[in-house]
Structures are given as structure tokens and as C-alpha cells.
Write a protein that binds this ligand. Structure first.
Ligand code: SAH
Ligand code: SF4
Length: 367
């Protein structure tokens, strides 16, 4: 992230209010901000030299301010890799960032009902043992524009296929969204803005490993997005073995934060549980999980482990998955079994990037 005021800025980093301020400072009527925003975010415009129906003062501003060597630019992320899974339901992009780093964006689902899975950081500092992103360590936060640009890339790819575009977004790609709170909130404001990309806040899910201050802030600020909390263990000892971040924000504190969130917002919380054979998939563990969730409006997403290079565990087979689910059901806790889609395109979190780093023999990154 740059602190140099003279460095060119990505227009995708700006909220609508910031753009409007820019226009007012430049002596343009604020309504021009609406027209410009619409072409930028609704029209997914990349090259403004073609936006000929702008009024002359706006066209002049664009000519003076936007483009190579000027104050603003519109970033485009190019796909280093673009692969579709054999079943045609998952398309995975490894997107190239301006500094040579890369992030993964996945588009899943059926026609006109697609969900995009976005990254919020390059790598991740949280170190969950089974996660390919955790295994690569933290490199850097993404800027808001780099998060918005992933949505634009996915929208463009879908529209090119004759699709209406995205229905849902999940922040479940590389990185921990609440460790990059401000950039993520700015990006989501832009993504959900009705004048532009217009993805409704109730169709956007933020998934967190359990960053307690972030959860409390979401509640205090009454952010309108859905919240998913990755648990994976229902005792401190079992959780910490899989999720080192639990030592910083212990399970008891995390559950207290979830209760505060529920009291303040009245919203359902989704809990994610990666099922690892013989580790966290017994009926007794399901019972303990149900016990943790009493009094919350909770829904559990069960995700059989997607194998990664740095972890020897294997996925829970379908019979114990069903038994786990049954135990939750008897305790009154609804759950869904979700596959991490497209294992054949390395669609687990961070897997495509690690595969590519290995293939190119680039040094992998460390914290
Ligand atoms: N950092 C956030 C969001 C990104 S990870 C979080 O941890 O919630 C999104 C989800 O994928 C998390 O629930 C995570 O535990 C899960 N996950 C990561 N690697 C996985 C793997 N190899 N198999 C199954 N689930 C995995
Ligand atoms: Fe980070 Fe989430 Fe992976 Fe854990 S599961 S290492 S928090 S991206």
C-alpha cells in the first residue's frame, strides 16, 4: 500500500463518496460522478477513451486525469491461468497483480446463479495447518481495488459466456478478510453499491477464522453482510491444533463475540467445519459443537477436507459425514455438506497458486 500522494491511484480504490469529492474539487457537478461511476462499475469500463457520450467537461477530466502517467488508472487483472473443472461447474482464475504477485478467484455454480469466491490477501498469516494459503504464509494485504477487480474479472468472464453475471459472493479465497478489515469494507461498499456492481449485501458472505475484534467491529458498525466463522474444533485444544490463531483469540472469546454479534444484529451465523478423518469427525465432537452453538441462530457448513501438499490428513468419508450431520440434526442444529468444488482444478483455497509456484520453481513465500 502506498503513502505517496503523487503516485497514480486505482479508480477502483475509491468509494462513491471519494469520487464525488474528487469531482467537486475539480469543479465538476456531482451528478457527473454518478455518470462516471455507472460507466466504470455497471458498464465495467476499462478504457475511457471509448466512453464518448460523456458531457465535454467530464470527457476533459477523463483525458487529463485517467490513463498512463496520469493521476488515476483503472486496474485490470490478467489471468495467468484460467481453467474449468471437468464438470463445467467451476472456473478458476489465477490473477496477476501489478507487483508480480497473484491471487485466486473462483467462479462456481450453474447458469445465472454463479457465486464468486474472492481473495482478500496474498497468502495468509493465520497458518491453519490444512490450508494451502496458510501453508504459504503472509505476503501482503490486497487493496480495495484489487478485490473489486476480481469481481469485475468474474463478471466479464460470465457475461462473455452469455450469463447474467454473479448472484453471490463469498470471501473464502486466499487470506483472512478481517485481518484486512478496512480494505475489505471499502471494497464491499463499492461491490454492493446499487449504482454500480449492485451485488446485494445479503448475498455477500465474509468468512473469518475468528478474528474477535473484527467480528465485534462488524456488529458495532452494523455491517449488512453475512458472517461465517471457521471453527473446525469444539474444544480449545482440538481447535488450536488445526487453527493456530485460536491461541490469540481463544474459542471461549470467539463464541462470546459470536453471541455479541447475534445480540446486536439478530443475524444468523454460519459456522464452517472442515471434516478431517479421525481428527474432528466423531459424533462426540458433533455433540460438543452443537453445545457451543446453543442460543445462536446457527447453520453449520460441513466441508470434507480438500487434500493439500503440506498436510497429511484425509477427508472424512461419506458415512461418518452423514453420522456427524445426524448428530447435529438431533441437537436441533441445521447443517449442509459442501464440497470445495473442482478438486481437479486445484480449487481449494490457495492451491492453484502453490501449484504454480512449485511448477515455476519460484521461492515460496514466508511470513
Ligand atoms: N480466512 C477465512 C476465509 C478463507 S478460507 C477463513 O478461514 O474462514 C475459507 C474456508 O475454507 C475456511 O472455512 C477454511 O477453513 C476452509 N478451508 C481452507 N482450506 C481447506 C481445505 N484444504 N479443505 C477444506 N476446507 C478448507
Ligand atoms: Fe488463512 Fe482461512 Fe487459510 Fe486459515 S483457512 S490459513 S485463516 S485462509
Amino acid at each position: 500500500m502506498t503513502t505517496d500522494d503523487t503516485a497514480p491511484r486505482s479508480l477502483l480504490d475509491l468509494t462513491f463518496a471519494e469520487l464525488e469529492r474528487e469531482f467537486v474539487t475539480a469543479g465538476l457537478p456531482p451528478r457527473h460522478a454518478q455518470s462516471f461511476w455507472r460507466v466504470l462499475h455497471h458498464g465495467l469500463c476499462q478504457d475511457f477513451s471509448a466512453a464518448v457520450d460523456f458531457p465535454p467537461p467530464l470527457r476533459r477530466w477523463v483525458a487529463e486525469q485517467v490513463g498512463e502517467g496520469r493521476r488515476f488508472f483503472v486496474e485490470a487483472l490478467t489471468a495467468m491461468t484460467d481453467i474449468a473443472s471437468g464438470d463445467g461447474q467451476t472456473r478458476k482464475f489465477l490473477l496477476h497483480l501489478a507487483d508480480g504477485q497473484s491471487v485466486e478467484t473462483v467462479v462456481m455454480g450453474f447458469k445465472n446463479r454463479h457465486t464468486a469466491c474472492l481473495s482478500t490477501q496474498v497468502g495468509c498469516a493465520m497458518g491453519c495447518v490444512f490450508c494451502a494459503t496458510g501453508q504459504m504464509g503472509f505476503v501482503r494485504h490486497l487493496r480495495p481495488g484489487e478485490i473489486v477487480a476480481q469481481v469485475r474479472h468474474a463478471q466479464r468472464a460470465l457475461r462473455a459466456d452469455g450469463d447474467e453475471g454473479l448472484r453471490n459472493l463469498v470471501l473464502m479465497g486466499m487470506g483472512e478478510p478481517l485481518h484486512n478489515y478496512d480494505a475489505v469494507m471499502t471494497a464491499l461498499e463499492t461491490i454492493s453499491d446499487r449504482r454500480g456492481l449492485n451485488l446485494g449485501p445479503s448475498r455477500i458472505t465474509i468468512s473469518t477464522v475468528g478474528v474477535v475484534p473484527g467480528i465485534l467491529r462488524l456488529a458495532a458498525e452494523q455491517r449488512p453482510y453475512r458472517l461465517a466463522v471457521s471453527l473446525h474444533g469444539a474444544t480449545e485444544q482440538e481447535r488450536s491444533a488445526l487453527v493456530p490463531a485460536s491461541q490469540r483469540w481463544p474459542l471461549a472469546e470467539l463464541m462470546a463475540a459470536c453471541r455479541t454479534y447475534f445480540t446486536k444484529t439478530g443475524r444468523r451465523i454460519f459456522f464452517e467445519w472442515t471434516l478431517i478423518a479421525g481428527t474432528n469427525d466423531s459424533p462426540a465432537q458433533a455433540k460438543r459443537l452443537a453445545g457451543l452453538l446453543i442460543g445462536l441462530d446457527a447453520h453449520v457448513n460441513l466441508i470434507p477436507l480438500n487434500p493439500t501438499g503440506g498436510f497429511t490428513g484425509i477427508a472424512t468419508p461419506s458415512t461418518p459425514v452423514r453420522a456427524f450431520q445426524k448428530t447435529l440434526q438431533l441437537a436441533g442444529i441445521p447443517s449442509t455438506v459442501r464440497q470445495r468444488r473442482g478438486i481437479d482444478v486445484a480449487a481449494g483455497c490457495g492451491q492453484l497458486r502453490s501449484t504454480r509456484l512449485r511448477a515455476e520453481r519460484l521461492p515460496s513465500v514466508t511470513v
